[in-house]
Ligand binder design. Structure first.
Ligand code: NDP
Length: 480
């Protein structure tokens, strides 16, 4: 099957007629082709977006909100089809795509359909000077949205929905590894009444299609989610052009477990926060620190729980762990496991590539637990982004805080404790954009989302996203 670009409301082949193979990672086989788009395709998309912008930015908020709600409904109506496509393209269990990825993509549109009707700006009265200032929040124009492969439609829509709600026209590129649901979204947008050219979806490689987006002088803002080194490259390219940038980058998140926590809840959640989506979530708690008085018990119980996870074809109802997204990624993750010993680590569970019956060429890896003795090793400092966690013990709050912060990343942290004072002390000192206490990945879409340090710049979510996708202009009126 060949998928096409979606430009100016139409489905088009890439101008250069070049194509890239698309793989089903659970089978390790090519099942389709996607456009290998170039600068010329991006140019076509930008022309369409510029043409659509004046009308779209002037639609009433009710109209915009209704169209975005229609898209939300369209995703909801096609949930089974989209979930199958996501699972096939990415390797994630169908149960996960059906319960999380696709419903959240629909919620993203519904959330911003509602949020835009509640968005407001400030007024400042200059008392005693007979003047009033008000802030106009205007649409930016044409914006670029670039997203990764781990939560394909979920993250793609998380950017597109606020960009459109704020009245911008969008050039969007999904990861070339997982293009399918973005392609299916285009049809839903047409059916929902989104005017031509308002959303343009261009498929292709980061270094060509993506690069053309970030370099284009008429694309005024870039919202990017992906790896830290790609984010740095985008910042270097876009900064001299003074583009607005939102960068959601890598993470290597601490999961800190104190003995006074609710143990069962912690254990069950920690299995999830370690291995959900094969550990390919930027928010996974891949560095697990356990207070020393419960370390041995935790180790035994955690290994036992993890050993019960079933690795299998993503379409099997009882598969807990599916395939990794690509062969290249499987090899990268495995290379970290292979250096465990020389890093002073001990593989307590897993570590092996798995052959799944009927899917012998798929990219399956056991969930892997490695015991380490130092936070300074590569296994603890580098983002592996797969089903691999490290565990180590700590003595006290100060020590674990130092290790949690002792890393270039700062996306999220999870804290397990029932001590309120400790919760407050640590939440304030953790160098991350998000802290979860006695839970993980509980998301309220109104809250600011993003990281600090090498995990990114800027925040998404709620009104933060609408602020990013609008330009504030102060108007000062003097009166007699
Ligand atoms: P990459 O950085 O490799 O790619 C992300 C996107 O950027 C892809 O669409 C990619 O295209 C594109 N891209 C690559 N090079 C360029 C370029 N020169 N110009 C413009 N676009 C480019 O990340 P992955 O897809 O491998 O995703 C995994 C990473 O994403 C992990 O580091 C993870 O932590 C991070 N992530 C962060 C999240 C957060 O919210 N902070 C959430 C989810 C993931 P292509 O795929 O075609 O190369």
């Amino acid at each position: 099957m060949k998928i096409q670009n979606y430009i100016d409301g139409e489905f088009l082949n890439p101008i250069a007629d070049q194509w890239i193979d698309n793989y089903n990672p659970s089978k390790g086989e090519v099942y389709g082709q996607i456009p290998d788009s170039t600068k010329e395709d991006i140019e076509l998309a930008v022309t369409a977006a510029k043409k659509a912008f004046p009308a779209w930015s002037n639609t009433t908020l009710n109209e915009r909100s209704t169209i975005l709600s229609n898209i939300a409904q369209g995703i909801h109506d096609k949930l089974p089809e989209l979930a199958i496509a996501e699972s096939k393209d990415n390797g994630k269990p169908l149960s996960l795509a059906s319960a999380i990825d696709i419903p959240r993509a629909s919620s993203n549109f519904q959330f911003f359909a509602d949020a835009i009707t509640q968005f407001s700006s400030e007024a400042h009265e200059s008392v005693g000077l007979n003047a009033i200032n008000f802030t106009l929040r205007q649409s930016i124009g044409v914006v670029g949205c670039i997203s990764p492969w781990n939560l394909p439609l979920y993250l793609f829509t998380w950017k597109i929905a606020p960009a459109l709600a704020a009245g911008n026209c969008v050039i969007a590129k999904p990861s070339e590894v997982t293009p399918m649901t973005a392609y299916l979204l285009a049809d839903i947008c047409n059916d929902a009444g989104l005017p031509n050219g308002v959303l343009n979806i261009v498929h292709g490689l980061g270094q060509s299609a993506g690069q053309a987006i970030i370099e284009h002088p008429d694309i005024k803002a870039i919202s990017f989610t992906g790896g830290t080194s790609t984010g740095a490259h985008i910042a270097r390219t876009a900064a001299p052009m003074f583009k607005k940038l939102s960068l959601e980058l890598g993470g290597k998140n601490p999961n800190m477990i104190f003995s006074d926590c609710d143990y069962e809840k912690m254990l069950n959640t920690t299995v999830r926060s370690s291995f959900a989506n094969q550990g390919q979530i930027c928010l996974c708690g891949s560095r697990i620190f356990i207070e020393e008085n419960i370390y041995e018990k935790f180790k035994e119980d955690f290994i036992h729980k993890v050993s019960q996870l079933k690795i299998g074809n993503p379409f099997d109802k009882d598969s807990d762990v599916g395939a990794l997204v690509s062969k290249g990624h499987l090899e990268k993750v495995k290379s970290y496991i292979d250096i465990a010993e020389q890093e002073g680590g001990e593989i307590l569970y897993g570590g092996n590539i798995v052959t799944v019956e009927g899917s012998e060429n798929g990219y399956y890896l056991q969930p892997t637990i490695i015991e380490v003795s130092s936070n300074d090793c590569k296994l603890n400092q580098e983002e592996i982004f797969g089903p691999v966690v490290t565990i180590m013990s700590f003595k006290n709050e100060d020590e674990v805080l130092k290790m949690a912060n002792g890393i270039q990343y700062g996306l999220s942290a999870t804290l397990w404790t029932n001590n309120l004072n400790r919760t407050m002390r640590m939440s304030k000192q953790l160098e991350t954009g998000i802290v979860w206490v006695n839970t993980w990945l509980m998301r309220d879409l109104r809250t600011p989302f993003g990281g600090v340090k090498a995990s990114g710049v800027g925040r998404e979510g709620g009104f933060e996203a609408l602020r990013f996708f609008t330009e504030p202009k102060n108007v000062c009126i003097s009166y007699d």
